[in-house]
Design a protein around this ligand. Structure first.
Ligand code: HEM
Length: 89
């Protein structure tokens, strides 16, 4: 099957720490729906925007991507993460 742009961006920039929607550094802070709802600020009110904010700015051990990825790429990877979270990875 063809791989989406969001999936490619994720595999190239995020999977090193978030393989399979997990988190190799802080094990509870995964990209699963339950963890995002619990730990990611504003996820429950504006999910995509909350992911975009975290990717742009980073947090603690997670690097910021705003100088590495374009706004369009960040939007695409955020949409991919949201869709995978909804699907249960
Ligand atoms: C947390 C997405 C790259 C390390 C998160 C969260 C999201 C996210 C949505 C919040 C998860 C939660 O609170 O349950 C992404 C995306 C990436 C990316 C889309 C690629 C563009 C990385 C990389 C690393 C990393 C490369 C490791 C070098 C972390 C860590 C946290 C985190 C340590 C927890 C931050 C904290 O609350 O202290 N990531 N991430 N992430 N990510 Fe990433």
């Amino acid at each position: 099957a063809e791989t989406s742009n969001g999936a490619n961006i994720f595999n190239n920039n995020c999977a090193a720490c978030h393989i399979g929607g997990g988190n190799i550094l802080i094990s509870q802070k995964t990209l699963k729906k339950e963890a995002l709802s619990k730990y990611l600020e504003n996820y429950n009110t504006d999910s995509i925007q909350a992911i975009i904010y975290q990717v742009q700015n980073g947090k603690n051990a997670m690097p910021a991507f705003k100088s590495k990825l374009s706004a369009q790429e960040i939007l695409e990877v955020a949409g991919y993460v949201f869709q995978k979270a909804e699907q249960g990875w």
